[in-house]
Design a protein around this ligand. Sequence first.
Ligand SMILES: Cc1cc2nc3c(=O)[nH]c(=O)nc-3n(C[C@H](O)[C@H](O)[C@H](O)COP(=O)(O)OP(=O)(O)OC[C@H]3O[C@@H](n4cnc5c(N)ncnc54)[C@H](O)[C@@H]3O)c2cc1C
Length: 468
Amino acid sequence: MKRIAIVGGGISGLATAHYLRQGLQAASRSAELVLFEARGSPGGTMRTSREQGFTMEWGPNGFLTNKPHSLELARQLGLSDRLLRSADLARKRFVFSQGRMHRLAETPGAFLQSSLLSVMGRLRVLAEPFIAPPLSGEDESVADFARRRLGSQAMEKLIEPMTAGVFAGNPDELSLASCFPRIHELETRYGGLIKAMLRLRWERRRDRDQAGMSAGPGGVMTSFDTGVQALVEVLAGKFSKELQLASEVETVGYRGGKFQLAVKTGGARSECEADAVVVAAPAYAAGALLCGLDGALSADLERIPYAPVAVAALGYEAGALAWPLDGFGFLVPRLEGRRILGALWDSSVFPARAPQGQALIRVMVGGARQPELARLPEDELLALVRGEILGLMGVSAQPVLAKVFYHKRGIPQYLKGHGRLLERVSTCLASWPRLHLNSNAYRGVSLNDCVLQSRLCAERVLRDLEIQ
Ligand SMILES: Cc1cc2nc3c(=O)[nH]c(=O)nc-3n(C[C@H](O)[C@H](O)[C@H](O)COP(=O)(O)OP(=O)(O)OC[C@H]3O[C@@H](n4cnc5c(N)ncnc54)[C@H](O)[C@@H]3O)c2cc1C
């Protein structure tokens, strides 16, 4: 029987295993699956801690339903009745600018009235349909794209904080086409963002009218009753026999038509032979373990940098907060010169995240903007965060709970040239049929992207093994 080894038990590795099993069952074929996870528990960045009645996420607080992938996976796993939809007020998002919070506009009318951008800044955004697409096919940075199409103010106050919110990244360095492929596509296809918005809105109305029903799920932030860890726990539970925890794959070699994995479990070392390998570990880890197999591939993988992020979770008595926490949270533009990237008002998004009468805030620190802050010791980091929360939200109360979750290499950065790097990686992989890479380092960092890429990866693995 063929053996497929998966390295890494985060959502990418676990979802790949799920889709592999599904594909094998659909083809009435069998193959042995084996999953190696270096840590003592599965899930990677998807981790939930519970203390004093608070439910705190280390990383993601959920997924958006504007893409169907995570929702479909949850339903396939029988998790429909554990899905938790965010409160309606989570649609309200804020940007802190010039001493106060500005609500992000959801409609063109609200945008025209919003004071986040000056009148000139708003007029510049309205001129967007008249900006010609670029002549060269150069890989443009997020910042260059935003300045060109929307103007400097929109870049500094909207796009820069949004990029920090998703990638914890620097828009001057990140590639628009790799980080936000949909936006890149809208410009290429429709000639501009406002033109695309109008056209898509018209198409949606037409389709809805024709179908006589709603256009399907909107972009609602969704999680699970006990936090995002529920998803990876249920997935891991389905692979209790195949999943080997505390088992780090040190190297992947190739001998006699098979891959040879050197695995370290505690102090013990063993070898695992496999017909196909999916490396679902972060790019730097993939680079390290593939370096003996393919030096060029390994070097390119190690070129993908990661931004460090620290997440400070603060629990308060709700009555002690000067702020109503009536929304999703806020982002802070770089030009404000503050020392946090933004904060999520978790117990407003999902009320069950804090006990009755209490509130939970999670504050993001570091990123590519201030990487050194994400490495501060816990007491210094908490002092910094409390100072910023006082300055930005006027909250001086003593938290009833304070925790910091560190992500030393938190979010991969798709720098300008990322697309070309992926092409070189594909060229290298062509010499290694049945070796596959799948993680958030390549084609999207959201949970939806990871789940979609896992399904596509499983299809490639089965095709290469001539199982599909
Ligand atoms: C602070 C933060 C907030 C986020 N918020 C959101 C959000 O709200 N919504 C959203 O959609 N996304 C969010 N994300 C992104 C999302 O969480 C990640 O992109 C996703 O969880 C990555 O999953 P992965 O499996 O690709 O990688 P990981 O979760 O990094 O998993 C990789 C696994 O591989 C293991 N591993 C590494 N090396 C080896 C080895 N040699 N042998 C065996 N195992 C190995 C690791 O231990 C790890 O468990 C957030 C990320 C962060 C950091």
